[in-house]
Design a binder for this molecule. Structure first.
Ligand code: ATP
Ligand code: MG
Length: 650
């Protein structure tokens, strides 16, 4: 009876409640991370079902990932609304298409293609394009972008130019590859993921009787993470809706992180205009994170160059105080990863469950060093979104090549050079490619070279066979049969999720923002990724970076530009120790004159004194002359150090 039904309006604030109890019809929740958007839509569905306003089977909720969909179904069941379909766009379209296809095409539904890259490769070859394997991913990604933005092969060159797309081939060539890909796919009677959406939209648009049937079945639609909807998904949504308006959307324009793939927050922002009768709710209370984490999130997004219209946003933390976000700088990635592992062990010792800890990074190639550090520290982990390092195509290919070379007893060269030579044959270049998939592939291969350097340092007479054995052992040990454990995930895969403790690692220029983010818009998307990362933490937040890649590597990295003004002045990471400064200064052959105290003329050594322009014994005020002198000295020093000036002065 009524009395033992879950009390759906408890645990909601007045604004959330307003969205939950709004009558059927358009509802829009525009709000920042952790404000309870996902909770609100879940409760809304359960509320409508409980009140008998809609049957569970008539509701279709779309989420961004299969995991989010699963979580929503679980919560709905707990709230007494079992039977609601919560799915990704693709899963929903697949189900619908399987049902309607035979009636429309009088055949069984076509198969999903099993290897898209192979098909793209064949298409490229067919039009006479000899592609590097690594380029194929980029070509496939570009075809995905075109289909997601409803651009056909003929329109591609113009659309790509307008959108400033960067591809390894001429746009005209890409449109040929795209056309050939579609043709080969049709010949094979196969569908890719985007075809699922295209076909169901076309069927609903062209066949009124099917649209009618569909719309009598599904009456109420809900979309989570609506800021990242792409034109193709929006077209499907429109086809589902027809001229009805029973749709609830929630999103946060500041969390748009898929615009590189064609997504756009314009439908979220434009929703109140499209549906003037909509119930529009804005939420500001952040229930997820401590005020310390919320404060940092506000700072990150407050620095955004431009805020999408209608996204006035300031989160207000609701939880009790917690620890301040921690910033740390390391010499190299290995040191960073080992420190992260130590901190995780410490948190675990304090009672934080491992499943409540996540290490988040920008590109999947970064996971390897963390997988190793965690495995060495015997801390169980799982990799989410993105394959494990040793499961990656390029790593498997490299292992095969190395094994073959080792078996042939090739390569008499000390070890790293031998590995480099073998990997050179499968496309490893000296310099990193500009970006995209090619870059990630390069990162994986260079990680293998670095592993060889490490091994050679530890075992001077190690040869290729020894190296391959080492790789096998690592591959083996990195597949521990764990279910629970620390989550390693990309920032993209972390969307919508939350953990008690979050480590945001590798915060250096070239990684976040990623190297190929070379327009303002792309950099802003990278900033939003950092915002997504920061807002995943409930309580403990650690931000770190390393000045060199690999162990003792010589390629220096700059701390991410997004960290300026975030690291508190008195924090050790903002103010490197004297010993560390001296160590860095020792690498300089010829040192320019030091700045001097503007009052007494003593040479200044401490970062703080230099910043203030006076020694600790003299009173300070800012001196323009000294400032310009400082600037010149700083840039000269930076040039000589080949490390950024902030290492010495922040
Ligand atoms: P994101 O933008 O990251 O997806 P969101 O807005 O969807 O975030 P939720 O995941 O729904 O936020 O909620 C964040 C956390 O706050 C969850 O743990 C949720 O249970 C909790 N929460 C939401 N609303 C309330 C509330 N009114 N009282 C207490 N806790 C709440
Ligand atoms: Mg959410």
């Amino acid at each position: 009876g009524m009395t033992d039904q879950p009390r759906l309006l408890e645990g909601l604030d007045p604004e959330q409640r307003q969205a939950v109890i709004a009558p059927r019809g358009p509802v829009c929740v525009l709000a920042g991370a952790g404000t309870g958007k996902t909770r609100t839509i879940t409760h809304r569905i359960a509320y409508l079902v409980q009140r008998g306003l809609v049957a569970p089977q008539q509701v279709l909720a779309v989420t961004f990932t299969a995991r989010a969909a699963g979580e929503m179904r679980t919560r709905l069941r707990a709230l007494g609304a079992a039977g609601v379909q919560a799915q990704t766009f693709h899963a929903a379209a697949f189900r619908q298409l399987r049902y309607f296809w035979p009636r429309v095409h009088e055949t069984r539904m076509w198969q999903l293609i099993d290897n898209k890259f192979r098909l793209v490769m064949r298409a490229a070859n067919k039009v006479g394009l000899a592609t590097e394997k690594e380029d194929v991913r980029d070509l496939a990604g570009e075809i995905e972008w075109a289909k997601a933005t409803l651009v056909g092969p003929e329109q591609y060159p113009a659309a790509a130019a307008a959108a400033g797309r960067e591809v390894p081939v001429a746009p005209e060539q890409l449109s040929k590859v795209f056309a050939a890909y579609e043709q080969l796919k049709n010949q094979a009677q196969a569908l890719d993921f985007d075809d699922l959406l295209l076909h169901i939209a076309a069927i609903l648009e062209d066949r009124p009787e099917i649209a009618e049937e569909f719309r009598s079945r599904y009456r109420s639609f809900v979309v989570d993470e609506y800021q990242d909807v792409n034109p193709l998904q929006q077209r499907v949504l429109d086809a589902w809706l027809g001229n009805r308006d029973d749709i609830t959307v929630v999103g946060d324009a500041n969390q748009t992180i898929y615009s590189f793939a064609g997504a756009s927050p314009r439908w979220l922002i434009g929703f109140p205009r499209r549906f003037p009768d909509a119930t529009v709710v804005r939420l500001e209370r952040d229930y997820r994170s401590t005020p310390q984490v919320v404060g940092l999130a506000n700072q990150v997004i407050g620095a955004a160059r431009e805020r999408p219209a209608g996204t006035r946003l300031r989160l207000v933390g609701q939880r009790p105080d917690g620890p301040r976000p921690d910033f740390a700088e390391y010499d190299d990635e290995t040191a960073e990863a080992e420190a992260v592992a130590r901190r995780i062990a410490k948190l675990a010792g304090q009672g934080v469950p491992l499943s409540e800890i996540a290490v988040l990074f920008r590109v999947n190639a970064q996971s390897e060093v963390y997988e190793k550090a965690l495995a060495d520290a015997e801390i169980p982990y799982q990799v989410r979104g993105g394959e494990r390092f040793f499961a990656r195509a390029e790593v498997r290919q490299a292992m095969t090549a190395l094994r073959t070379a080792a078996a042939r007893g090739e390569a008499a060269e000390d070890l790293p050079a031998a590995v480099r030579a073998v990997l050179g044959e499968i496309g490893l270049t000296d310099e990193p490619p500009a970006g995209g998939a090619a870059r990630e592939r390069w990162e994986s291969l260079i990680a293998l070279v670095e592993l060889a350097e490490e091994l050679a340092a530890a075992v001077p007479d190690a040869d290729l066979s020894r190296y391959v054995a080492e790789l096998d052992a690592r591959a083996e040990s990195q597949h521990p049969p764990t279910v629970e454990g620390v989550t390693l995930a990309s920032l993209h895969a972390a969307k919508g999720l939350e953990w008690d403790a979050v480590f945001l690692v590798g915060l250096v220029e070239g990684t976040l923002p990623i190297q190929h983010a070379d327009t303002d818009a792309a950099v802003e998307e990278e900033r939003r990724l950092l915002y997504v990362g920061v807002t995943r933490a409930r309580e403990h937040l650690f931000l770190s970076w390393a000045l060199a890649r690999g162990e003792g590597g010589r390629r220096y990295r700059r701390r991410s530009r997004f960290l300026y003004n975030l690291v508190p002045d008195e924090h050790p990471a903002a103010l490197p120790t004297k010993a560390r400064q001296r160590e860095l200064l020792d690498r300089v052959a010829k040192k320019p004159a030091r700045p001097r105290c503007r009052v007494c003329g003593t040479a200044l050594t401490s970062t703080m004194d230099i910043k203030l322009g006076r020694c600790g014994d003299c009173p300070s005020d800012v001196d323009e002359d000294l400032l310009s002198q400082l600037k010149a000295w700083r840039s000269e020093r930076a040039r000589q150090l080949k490390v950024p000036a902030y290492v010495v002065f922040t």
